[in-house]
Structure formats: structure tokens, C-alpha cells
Design a protein around this ligand. Structure first.
Ligand SMILES: NC(=O)C1=CN([C@@H]2O[C@H](COP(=O)(O)OP(=O)(O)OC[C@H]3O[C@@H](n4cnc5c(N)ncnc54)[C@H](O)[C@@H]3O)[C@@H](O)[C@H]2O)C=CC1
Ligand SMILES: N[C@@H](CC=O)C(=O)O
Length: 800
């Protein structure tokens, strides 16, 4: 025999009840031996409770009662439930007259939901030709006298059920009321929270069922609530122990007391979806399946009670008094945390019991307030509990670090001594993000990285194209989901929390809106976006002042823009202090040598204690291309400059390159990597621009670039034979010389031999004294630079 249990949503009018009838009918036709346990239909339980409360307050409940009757009798004739409707009216009338009710009356009213459901379903099945029999558990499940949370008396209930099923056997499909029973005086009782599931589990136990199938409106137990975590995955199999933990920590489908009768007889429990018959659901058995974390569950209707006092230290009996007080007031504690100093204790309880807890604890500790042994009993109410079921403490640092990196600092956490479960209390406002961060980290389904790209020009645009092209491969290979949620230029932004489409250019132009950086920060918060990275592919002097607000609000930074690293040293320092304070990273490998691994190399050498004496070379890709080409070809300088611009080697304003400023910036960045506190003004810079081209607009400059031709023709002609021009940077840490200048070198020398837009960096250190360490390769260009920025993003994803 299989026990089938259907919940309220599966029995609601329309698709729910139709599908349920279909499922039962098909099993009956196939002559499967089944018994069906039902909850109240739709929202009947809540509606009955609401009418009861209204009646007790002497308010009118007529409208609700009419609606209730209409809904419940919509699918079958009201005659079926005439008796229950009359009982309901009479009971409510009585409560209304008295202005009060007892738990006994409440149970009588609440039981009507299940009775009506079972009667109607029996009726509908009979009309479909099924040999259905209405089975009222008030005459079978005999309980103690605790109305509202009655405990079945095992022997007599077991006997009654077995006998009933002996009488109604064969093709009979018993349609059984869940949730209800009666005491030995024949008075209706209810079995408390999750009572219908409990009834089903008891039946399964008493009848030695081969399986209990619990039909719900979800496909099974998920790794997290799919409403909170889009990537949540269904768990195929769980053990009873794991299910028990989930039950304790908010997985509403399960309840510990439901599981016990099943464990006793080793009866599998299958969670199924009424609305998705093709899914096999989650099966829960004795067998412990694969090791590891099973699920993340959430309790969000809780508060944290905090009791603090100096006098608590070492005092015996304080905890006992707390728990005695709470227990006397019927307040259940789900999490307890006490530090070794015993100066305070934190307790998590249901939000609905917060006031009761405070009042009773204040009364209990009244004298201790006077003696100042207790100085505070407070409630933190904007909290939620996240429980990671199956979390081994030796691996807990991973989700914990990920939370901290996302600026979520748990208020409290604890673990179970046996079993592998950790619970964290977090601010409710951070719950959504926290669950996603933990889920991404421990299930590795995929780690979502939320990226905002500021600057969609040559480099930024190429980066976005590269992301579009590679994101599927990165997801497949590295389990990392790159989600570009913001694309901005200097005026507008396109925002989409689910990530921009592959044709981002079109979407940007159609859906862009004016913005401030604060709005993007707010957007990331409203949508609980985790693992945030801001990418600066602008050349903006203004935007860098948004770095610190971004860092403070949880963004890591990746930048191709050299400005933040080259304005005054005080800003350089402040930014790094903020990064450290907020545990954020700032990667800018492309600041020098575009995609070449230069900064990383220098940093490693420096960190390892290797003394770097000198860095020398051609730092600029655009100036490299200009002079490599101009030195060997007989074409005007302005023509080569135009080519360099077209190839994307120059800065947005090529005068940044020609003035020597861009090279000087790179030199300064390298110097600062070596902890030298230089300013740009410390660098001797040879400006290649005549004065009249320096102050005009970019447009005017472009119209007059041929003014450069004569000067450079002359410089080229005045070199020694076989020499070529190179614009070099020189950083000498011993002589403290920092200069960038145009020089003429033999075409056979290392500098003289570089080609195209190659940069070359010669690094002289203690170990590399005579023969420098040389890094050479394309030093400019949108593709290599974007690839370098992409590399920084991926490097960051490993740290998140
Ligand atoms: N081209 C290259 O080879 C290399 C370039 N870089 C750096 O890459 C950066 C970008 O260069 P390009 O793409 O060539 O410049 P670009 O001029 O093509 O693009 C810059 C973009 O930034 C946007 N922008 C300006 N202010 C902004 C703000 N406040 N917020 C958002 N967007 C803003 C502009 O609207 C434009 O879309 C520069 O800092 C450059 O120094 C670094 C290494 C190599
Ligand atoms: N204009 C720069 C681009 C990279 O920083 C250069 O030419 O090196």
C-alpha cells in the first residue's frame, strides 16, 4: 500500500483539484493499493482562523463565511457539506456571543477544513467511478486532551486504523482527513503544525506502507528556496537525518514529527509535485547518500533576543532561569549562542513571541537590573537565520569568507556538535544576497559575478564583445557566470540585473537612461547582487573619485584607466586604505604594458625582497609604433600618427602620448609599486608637442597634426647612421632619476630592434644585474588591453 498525501494548493479549485482527482483516479484504475490523506483545500485553514478571530472580537464575519462556503462548494454540491457549514455557523455564532473561544472550540472549527476536503474529494472520485470512501479520522486516531497540538495514543489509534483498513480494503480508496483526531471523550482534537503530514506518516507506519508520497506544489526539496536563489537545484535523494535537520531549520515541507514514524518502519518519503507529473521528486530514505552539503534553509520570521550583563560572569543558574522562563511561557528557542565570557547570551525565537519573551524575561530578571548584574535585554528584529545543512566546519571558511567579501558580517553563528550543520544569523536586508553568496560558494552550481562596465569605448566595447564570446565557455569550464548588469558611458547607463544581451550595443542605445554612480550602487543593493566588480575602461579624471564609494559599497575594482594611480599620492594611499578596510581588491595590470604581465612580475619581485635597481624601456605602445614605423619608412610623421590612432594604440586624445604624459604615468605607476612615494611632478618629461598644439581643442589638433611633420623629419635626419628613434622611460631607484624622453639608439640594440607596437621593459635587479629580465610584446591596442582587463576580472573571480 502507498499513502498519498495532498496539500492545500493541490486541492484548490481549478487545476489543483482537477489534477489531484486525475492522479488518484489513474492509480485506482491501475488497481494500485492506495490511501489518500488530505489537508484543507486552498486557504481554508487560514480563512477559518480569520473568521474565528473576527467572531471573538465581535466583528462581522458574514462576508468571509459566504465566500468560504461558495469556494468550498464550487466543485461539488453544497449538500455534501451542509452539516459542516451549519456546524461552522453555529460555532462562530457562539464565539461571537461570548467574545472568546477555547482551544477545544478552535479545534472543532479548524477540523472542518479537512472534513470538507475529504468529503468533496470522495464525492468527486465517486462520480468518476472510483470506489472512494470518506474516512473520518476523528473515529480512528485517538489522542490525548491537548487541544491544538494533540498527541495520538499509539496502541488504540493503530488498532483502529488497521481494523478500518481491513473493513474497507480491496478496491476501496479511503479518503482520509488529515490533521484531526479526537480524545477519549469523543471531542475533536488537532495534531498541530504540519498535522496532515503527521496523519499520513502515522497511517504509513500503522499500515506498513511501502511509500509515503507527499504531493505538493514544488518539485521536491531544493538546495535552497528557488524564490530566493534562481540557481537552486532539486535534491534527488536525502537521508532521514538530513531531512530532519532541514525540517528543524525551516524546510516547511518536512516536520520532524512527520519523519519519526517513517524512520521507525524504514518507509521512504517521496516529495512530489501535483502540477508536474513528469518529475520524480525527492526521495527520503534511511540511506545516507553522497557526502556534503545538502541544502540551505531560511527562517525569516524570527528575532534575536539578547541578554547582557556584567554580573552574569560565572554565575550558576542564569541560563536555567532564562530557559525556565521561556518554557513557562511556551516559547521555543531555535538557536542559542553564549560566549565563553558568559557576559551575554543570544537566543533566536519566533517573531510572534518577541514581546512575550521580553516581558517575561524582564520580570524574571527584575532584581538583577537593580543590582546591575543584568544591564540589557533587547530584541533585534530585522534578522533571519540561514542554516547550511551538511556543512562540515573544516570547510566553513569558504562560505564565511565569501560573505565577508560581500560585506555581509553574520551577527551570530553556531553549529551542531553531531551532524554537520551551521546556522548564521544575518540582517534581514542582507538575507537574499547572503543566501545566494553561500549557495554559489558551496554548491558551486555556478558562481555569479556581477559586473558594471564604466566606459564602452574602444577598450570597454572590445571587452564587452570578448565577454559575450567567452561567457559560455567560462561557465562550462570554471563554473563562473559573468553577469554584466550595467554598461555605462559618460552620460548614460543600461541596467539589467539578469545581464545584458549579446547585442549589447543595440540594447544600450534603445534602453539607456541618464545616471549617477550612486544609482548603480543602489540598483545593486535593491537587487541583492553579489560578487560585484566595477570595471573602469574610461580615461576619465572624474570617474576615479567614484572608486572609494564603490569600494565602500562592496565593489572590487578593475581598471585600465591610469588616472587613479597617478594623481596625488595621498589619494593613492587613501584608496588603498579603503580597499584594505573593506577587504576589496583593485587590479590594474593593463595600466602599464597593456596585456603584458608586467605589474604582477614587478610586484612579485618586490614582495619577495628582490631589490629592483632600474626599469628601462619603451613603455608606450603607440609611441613605439610611431617611432618604429617612422624611423624605417619614408612617410610623414602625421600619417603614422593617424595609423596609430586608427589601430587603437593611442589614448583617446593622442596628445596624452605625444606629451610624454602617458609614459610618465606608467613610470610613476611602476615607481609606486616599488613603494616609492613619487608624484608626477618628480618625473622629467620630454614633451614632443609644440606649444601651439598643446592648448587647442582635440578637433583642432586633429586638423593641424601635419604641423608635427617638419620637426620630426629634422630629428630623424640628424641621427647617426643606422640609428633609430625611441621614446623611452627610465626609472633608477638608486640615483632616483625618473625620466621619459626621446632618444636615438643603434638599430642593432635591443631597444632598436623592437617592432610594431611592441613595448619592452628591461628590469635590472640584484639577481638580474648584467642581463636584465625582459618583458616584451604588444604594448597597446584594444584587443590586447581588453584581454588584459578580462584577465584581471577572472583573477578577481578566484578571490571572490
Ligand atoms: N588603447 C590602449 O591600448 C590602452 C588603453 N588603456 C586605457 O583604457 C582606457 C580606455 O581607452 P579607450 O577605450 O581607448 O577610450 P575611449 O575614449 O574609446 O572610451 C572611453 C569611454 O569612457 C566613457 N566615459 C568617459 N567618462 C565616463 C564616466 N565618467 N563614466 C562612464 N563612462 C565614461 C566614454 O563615454 C567612452 O565610452 C583609457 O584610460 C586608456 O588609457 C590602457 C591600456 C592600453
Ligand atoms: N596609449 C597607450 C595605451 C596603453 O596604455 C600606449 O600607447 O601605450
Amino acid at each position: 500500500m502507498k499513502i498519498l498525501k495532498f496539500g492545500g494548493k493541490s486541492l484548490a479549485n481549478g487545476k489543483g483539484i482537477e489534477t489531484t482527482i486525475q492522479i488518484i483516479k489513474e492509480k485506482a484504475i491501475r488497481q494500485e493499493r492506495i490511501a489518500v490523506v488530505l489537508s484543507a483545500r486552498g486557504n481554508a485553514t487560514d480563512e477559518l482562523l480569520e473568521m474565528l478571530e473576527k467572531a471573538a472580537r465581535k466583528e462581522t464575519y458574514r462576508e468571509e463565511l459566504t465566500a468560504f462556503k461558495a469556494y468550498q462548494s464550487q466543485i461539488a454540491t453544497s449538500a455534501d457539506c451542509l452539516e459542516e457549514f451549519t456546524t461552522l455557523e453555529n460555532l462562530l455564532q457562539g464565539v461571537s456571543l461570548l467574545g472568546d473561544y477555547s482551544e477545544k472550540i478552535k479545534d472543532q472549527i479548524m477540523s472542518l477544513g479537512e472534513i470538507i476536503a475529504a468529503k468533496l474529494v470522495t464525492n468527486l472520485l465517486q462520480k468518476e467511478g472510483v470506489n472512494a470512501h470518506f474516512t473520518d479520522t476523528r473515529s480512528l486516531i485517538i489522542t490525548d486532551n491537548v487541544f491544538g497540538n494533540a498527541r495520538p495514543l499509539d496502541l488504540i489509534s493503530r488498532k483502529n486504523i488497521i481494523n478500518h483498513f481491513k473493513s474497507y480494503n480491496g478496491t476501496t480508496v479511503n479518503i482520509v482527513t488529515g490533521f484531526i483526531g479526537s480524545n477519549q471523550n469523543n471531542e475533536t482534537t488537532t495534531l498541530g503544525r504540519n498535522g496532515s503530514n503527521y496523519t499520513a506518516a502515522l497511517l504509513a507506519n500503522f499500515l506498513d506502507a511501502e511509500e509515503l508520497q507527499n504531493y505538493t506544489h514544488v518539485d521536491g526539496i531544493f538546495t535552497a528556496n528557488p524564490d530566493l536563489v534562481a540557481d537552486a537545484k532539486k535534491i534527488e535523494a536525502l537521508s532521514f537525518n538530513e531531512a530532519n535537520e532541514l525540517a528543524n531549520f525551516g524546510a516547511h515541507i518536512l516536520h520532524a514529527k512527520t519523519i519519526v514514524p517513517l524512520i521507525e518502519k524504514n518507509i521512504p518519503l517521496r516529495i512530489l509535485n501535483t502540477f508536474n507529473s513528469s518529475d520524480g521528486g525527492t526521495i527520503i530514505t534511511q540511506k545516507t547518500t553522497a557526502k556534503g552539503i545538502k541544502s540551505i534553509s531560511v527562517l525569516d520570521n524570527v528575532v534575536l533576543v539578547n541578554l547582557e550583563g556584567r554580573g552574569l560572569l560565572g554565575r550558576v543558574g542564569v541560563d536555567a532561569r532564562i530557559f525556565k522562563t521561556l518554557s513557562e511561557n511556551d516559547i521555543n528557542v531555535s538557536i542559542i549562542s553564549q560566549g565563553s565570557s558568559e557576559r551575554g547570551i543570544g537566543l533566536v525565537i519566533n517573531a510572534s513571541e518577541a514581546s512575550k519573551a521580553i516581558v517575561s524575561l524582564e520580570r524574571e530578571f527584575e532584581n538583577d537590573f537593580y543590582t546591575k548584574d543584568v544591564n540589557k535585554i533587547s530584541i533585534i528584529d530585522d534578522v533571519a537565520v540561514i542554516s547550511i545543512v551538511g556543512q562540515d566546519l573544516s570547510e566553513f571558511h569558504k562560505p564565511y569568507n565569501a560573505l565577508i567579501k560581500n560585506q555581509i558580517v553574520p551577527i551570530l553563528f553556531n553549529n551542531t556538535v553531531s551532524g554537520k550543520n551551521v546556522s548564521l544569523v544575518v540582517k534581514k536586508s542582507q538575507l537574499h544576497k547572503a543566501v545566494n553568496v553561500i549557495h554559489g560558494q558551496i554548491f558551486g552550481v555556478s558562481k555569479k559575478i556581477n559586473i558594471a562596465v564604466f566606459g564602452k569605448g574602444l577598450v570597454g566595447g572590445t571587452l564587452l564583445d570578448q565577454i559575450v564570446k567567452s561567457k559560455i565557455a567560462i561557465l562550462d569550464k570554471n563554473n563562473i557566470k559573468l553577469n554584466v548588469f550595467a554598461i555605462a558611458d559618460s552620460q548614460h547607463v543600461y541596467l539589467n540585473k539578469n545581464g545584458t544581451a549579446d547585442n549589447w550595443q543595440d540594447t544600450f542605445s534603445k534602453e539607456k537612461v541618464a545616471y549617477t554612480v550612486q544609482q548603480i550602487i543602489d540598483y545593486s543593493k535593491i537587487h541583492h547582487l553579489e560578487n560585484l566588480i566595477a570595471v573602469d575602461t574610461t580615461a576619465s579624471k572624474k570617474f576615479i573619485h567614484d572608486y572609494i564609494p564603490l569600494v565602500k559599497n562592496g565593489f572590487d575594482l578593475v581598471s585600465a584607466n591610469k588616472v587613479a594611480n597617478t594623481i596625488e599620492y595621498s589619494f593613492y594611499q587613501e584608496l588603498r586604505l579603503e580597499l584594505k578596510k573593506h577587504q576589496k581588491n583593485y587590479l590594474y595590470e593593463t595600466n602599464v604594458g597593456a596585456g603584458l604581465p608586467l605589474i604582477d612580475t614587478i610586484r612579485l619581485l618586490h614582495k619577495s625582497g628582490e631589490s629592483i635597481k632600474k626599469i628601462r624601456g619603451v613603455f608606450s605602445g603607440s609611441l613605439s609604433y610611431l617611432f618604429n614605423t617612422f624611423s624605417v619608412e619614408d612617410i610623414p610623421f602625421s600619417t603614422v600618427l593617424k595609423q596609430a590612432e586608427e589601430k587603437g594604440f593611442t589614448e583617446p586624445d593622442a596628445r596624452e602620448d605625444l606629451s610624454g604624459n602617458d609614459v610618465a604615468r606608467k613610470l610613476l605607476i611602476l615607481a609606486r609599486e616599488l613603494d616609492l612615494k613619487h608624484e608626477l611632478s618628480d618625473i622629467s618629461i620630454q614633451n614632443l608637442l609644440p606649444a601651439h598644439l598643446q592648448t587647442i581643442s582635440l578637433q583642432q589638433f586633429k586638423e593641424n597634426i601635419s604641423d608635427l611633420d617638419e620637426t620630426f623629419k629634422h630629428i630623424k635626419a640628424n641621427q647617426q647612421e643606422n640609428n633609430v628613434l625611441r621614446y623611452v622611460g627610465d626609472l633608477d631607484t638608486e640615483t632616483k632619476i625618473l625620466e621619459v624622453k626621446l632618444i636615438s639608439v643603434s638599430s642593432n640594440s635591443a631597444l632598436g630592434q623592437i617592432k610594431g607596437s611592441d613595448s619592452i621593459f628591461e628590469i635590472y635587479t640584484e639577481a638580474y644585474k648584467e642581463q636584465p629580465l625582459v618583458i616584451q610584446g604588444a604594448g597597446a591596442g584594444a584587443a590586447v588591453t581588453a584581454r588584459g582587463v578580462f584577465g584581471d576580472i577572472l583573477r578577481l573571480t578566484e578571490k571572490l
